[in-house]
Write a protein that binds this ligand. Structure first.
Ligand SMILES: Cc1c2[nH]c(c1CCC(=O)O)Cc1[nH]c(c(CCC(=O)O)c1C)Cc1[nH]c(c(CCC(=O)O)c1C)Cc1[nH]c(c(C)c1CCC(=O)O)C2
Length: 345
């Protein structure tokens, strides 16, 4: 028999722990999704998005699809940020061609009317176990959840909204009630992420997609503070799990977020100048980003120039190459292949 081999190298996990490799590890936000024909085929077969999430065998397959095709350094669990409100007892469904719908939390809705059912997380944990068993050991397995502010914008409005006005109003006009909602999301999120970690994910990302819609004091209270509590609670039981925080649209507030939340790494969106981010963020803190998803759609010289600029800016720090937001459904597959070979050449 062969002698036992040493620890398996996982480049992406290494960067999250502070390593600076020659070639940055790469994955793409929303890499499991509609730009892949094999995703669309399986999705059509299952009928609906939630049906796919709740079929652990199919969800594991969707998680693995982009790995097989492209050989990314990271796999992201196939699920959704809205599974947390669903497990908190809010009805959730997806309107074909439109997006998520939830029974909205109106000004007069009693929060106590929500009856949590955390068994709604179990199928996701089963997906994690299945992926973990099948994953190439050099690939880092990422779990995720939405951050409380972003999740609350959907819970309060009952759907996506342009300026997140319903949640912003509730935060000012019914502050105690909104704080209670955020607290409940924090607790459910810690449960959900702990379950993902116990089932096998090796790092987690907190998506705060709508962090950019808040005034500074509100950002402090509804973005920084709840994320800080999630990290603190998670680290109390899982001290070595790296946490990536992604407050999209935070702009200059990204630097405060990076220092105050306790996250190990930050995601940088495409509107941020990477040279600014490199100056403003704590030295040695790993960063992830920040290719413009539209540059990837354009492909060719546009994406190569963008990659060069980002890599030059982050040359001195641990860097995971990723998009500044999720990959768009009309992204050509050949452009993703070309990106990988350009970076790894
Ligand atoms: C805001 C948000 C949601 N979900 C998510 C966010 C935060 C990140 C972001 O801003 O992109 C995060 C998410 N959603 C999904 C993943 C899976 C893993 C991956 O990144 O590949 C992740 C990490 C699957 C999904 N979640 C959804 C799909 C498309 C479903 C379909 O097949 O029609 C996928 C692959 C549905 C979804 N889910 C959500 C919306 C608004 C929608 C409809 C619009 C859309 O399609 O993008 C909520």
């Amino acid at each position: 028999m062969d002698a036992p081999s040493g620890p398996i190298e996982k480049p992406l996990l290494g960067v999250l722990r502070g390593e600076i490799p020659v070639v940055p590890p790469m994955w793409l936000m929303r890499q499991a999704g509609r730009y892949l024909p094999e995703y669309r085929a399986l999705r059509a077969q299952k009928g609906g998005f939630l049906e796919l999430v709740y079929d652990s065998e199919a969800a594991a397959e969707v998680t693995l699809q982009p790995l097989r095709r492209f050989g990314f350094d990271g796999a992201i669990l196939f699920s959704d940020i809205l599974i947390v409100p669903y497990a908190m007892g809010q009805d959730l469904w997806f309107e074909a061609g439109e997006g998520p719908r939830l029974a909205p939390i109106l000004a007069e809705t009693e929060l106590s009317a929500l009856t949590p059912d955390f068994s709604r997380f179990e199928a996701v944990y089963e997906t994690v176990r299945r992926v973990k068993a099948a994953l190439d050991p050099s690939v880092t397995f990422l779990g995720f959840a939405g951050s409380p502010w972003t999740v609350a914008t959907y819970m309060v409005a009952g759907q996506g909204s342009r300026d997140h006005g319903a949640a912003r109003r509730m935060a000012y006009q019914q502050t105690d009630r909104f704080a209670a909602l955020i607290d409940a999301i924090v607790d459910a999120t810690v449960t959900y992420l702990s379950g993902q970690i116990d089932a096998g994910v090796e790092a987690v990302q907190l998506f705060d997609s709508w962090a950019g819609s808040l005034a500074p004091a509100q950002f402090e209270r509804w973005v920084i503070e709840p994320n800080r509590r999630i990290v603190e609670k998670l680290k109390a039981t899982h001290p070595s799990i790296p946490v990536i925080g992604f407050p999209k649209g935070a702009g200059a507030k990204l630097a405060d977020y990076a220092r105050a939340t306790g996250v190990d790494a930050v995601g940088v969106d495409e509107t941020i100048d990477p040279r600014w981010a490199n100056e403003a963020l704590p030295s040695g803190m790993p960063v992830q980003g920040n290719l413009d998803p539209l540059a990837l759609i354009a492909g060719g010289a546009a994406v190569e120039r963008a990659v060069d600029t980002i890599r030059a800016a982050f040359a001195g720090r641990p860097h995971i190459l990723n998009l500044g937001h999720g990959i768009l459904p009309d992204t050509p597959i050949a452009h993703v292949e070309a990106l990988l070979s350009y970076v790894r050449r």
